[in-house]
Design a protein around this ligand. Structure first.
Ligand code: PTJ
Length: 266
């Protein structure tokens, strides 16, 4: 492995550290950068995600759960669902991706913004180690998403190109918009409700990728096709974004009031 991190002697994250989980997650991503799975830019994306997760209270908020139910419903209704996996998602949630694909019968495809064959192979290997039987998007990324130039537009003809439903996470806005333009239903896990991805997605999911994938699997298993139709009929992406912004705004208002010992505004 390329030596790319400073190794602090006897550096362990104390069991009692109040931000232990968050620090361990960072370590996991740094390691994944050294292994060539995550790109350095992925660390910047993660930091932005962490910031929004703070604002949400590091929990699944009610509008996110509504979106997760809609994302689960689409797995019941779609003919050709695909879970699109990039470096960050693979490093943080390979197991959850595989479990969701197994439960729903969706295909898994590696799809990278910073695509190299070597990275795609490594990510596919990580997914196979997590139990994936088949991973598309490595040798078979031969067709192009219209409107996306260079390597980042390449997808598998059996996977994302043909899909009627794509679930993706921690994604760039350009690519999400291009998939929506192709007429696909796109569910996008992104902690930032104001990102171009969230604004373009058919189903924006403002939640951490690991929590979101677990919740989608649970909700999928709880509903049948009839209920799924109902859930989709009642779903409104704009309401999810607006409710998330209101949630953050009122949470911050409450925290500020608490700090000053004031009665929170109604
Ligand atoms: O692996 P590649 O080559 O496909 O590249 C992946 C990155 C992440 C570098 C690429 O997709 C990218 O540049 O993404 P952006 O445009 O920075 O967008 C990432 C979005 O994901 C941001 O809006 C973050 O808030 C959000 N995000 C970061 N970490 C998480 C997250 N959302 C959910 N869960 C997270 N853990």
């Amino acid at each position: 492995m390329r030596e790319c991190r400073v190794v602090f002697e006897e550096w362990v994250i104390p069991e009692t550290h109040p931000r232990r989980d968050s620090l361990l997650e960072r370590e996991k991503l740094v390691e994944a950068v050294c292994e060539g799975i995550v790109v350095p830019q992925g660390l910047i994306a993660h930091g932005r995600g962490e910031c929004f997760d703070y604002l949400l209270g590091e929990q699944t908020i009610p509008p996110a759960l509504d979106a997760e139910r809609a994302a689960a419903a689409m797995f019941h209704l779609a003919k050709h669902p695909v879970i699109s996996v990039n470096g960050n998602t693979a490093a943080l949630a390979a197991k959850e991706v595989v479990e969701l694909a197994d439960a729903t019968g969706a295909l898994i495809e590696v799809n990278l913004f910073y695509r190299t064959k070597e990275r795609a192979e490594k990510i596919a290997e990580l997914l196979r180690e997590a139990g994936a039987r088949e991973v598309l998007g490595v040798d078979d990324a031969t067709v192009r998403i219209p409107g996306l130039d260079s390597m980042r537009g390449l997808v598998s003809p059996r996977g994302i190109y043909r899909a009627d439903y794509v679930l993706l996470g921690i994604e760039d806005g350009d690519r999400t918009e291009a998939l929506v333009r192709m007429g696909k239903t796109v569910a996008a896990i992104d902690l930032n409700p104001l990102s171009r991805t969230s604004l373009a997605a058919t189903i924006p999911i403002p939640d951490h990728v690991r929590r979101a994938l677990r919740n989608i699997k649970r909700e999928y298993e709880r509903m049948d096709r009839e209920e799924a139709k109902h859930v989709i009929e009642g779903f409104d992406a704009k309401r999810v974004i607006a409710a998330t912004l209101r949630y953050i705004s009122s949470r911050l208002e409450q925290l500020a009031a608490q700090m000053l010992g004031e009665q929170p505004k109604r």
